[in-house]
Design a protein. Structure first.
Length: 133
């Protein structure tokens, strides 16, 4: 793993959250993107070398909607940048970690992503991200 790529924060209202984070961070979001397969709209802020990803559900069945219903708004996941997502998945599976899916998939911000189940990482949903070339 190379570095923390971003922190994902689940929000009920993306437009309002963008205002809050823009005021706090002193910068505007650089990108908004829908990830239809996951039922979310994302908004990204750059903070040094790390990003903050705000996530709003577009469907009541999405993982973000269920997360907010169960836990409320807040930190949803930590994402790590990796050079080779499949080799990292293999390494982690061999070490006993459990993934939410068997194969990586296209996520936001031009990334191939996968998630390590929170039960494997002390209750923290963990995302691996590889830049799509």
């Amino acid at each position: 793993m190379e570095k923390i790529e971003h922190l994902g924060i689940a929000v009920k209202n993306l437009a309002e959250a963008e205002k809050t984070y823009a005021a706090m961070l002193g910068v505007a979001p650089y990108k908004r993107e829908a990830v239809e397969t996951e039922g979310v709209i994302t908004s990204f802020f750059k903070v040094g070398e790390t990003k903050i990803e705000l996530l709003e559900a577009t469907s009541p069945e999405s993982a973000i909607a269920k997360f907010i219903e169960k836990r409320g708004e807040g930190l949803h996941h930590i994402a790590y940048d990796v050079k080779d997502i499949r080799s990292e998945m293999k390494r982690l599976k061999e070490a006993g970690f459990i993934f939410t899916r068997d194969e990586p998939f296209r996520g936001a911000d031009n990334k191939l992503v996968c998630f390590v189940h929170p039960k494997s990482v002390d209750g923290v949903l963990t995302e691996l991200c590889q830049e799509i070339q």
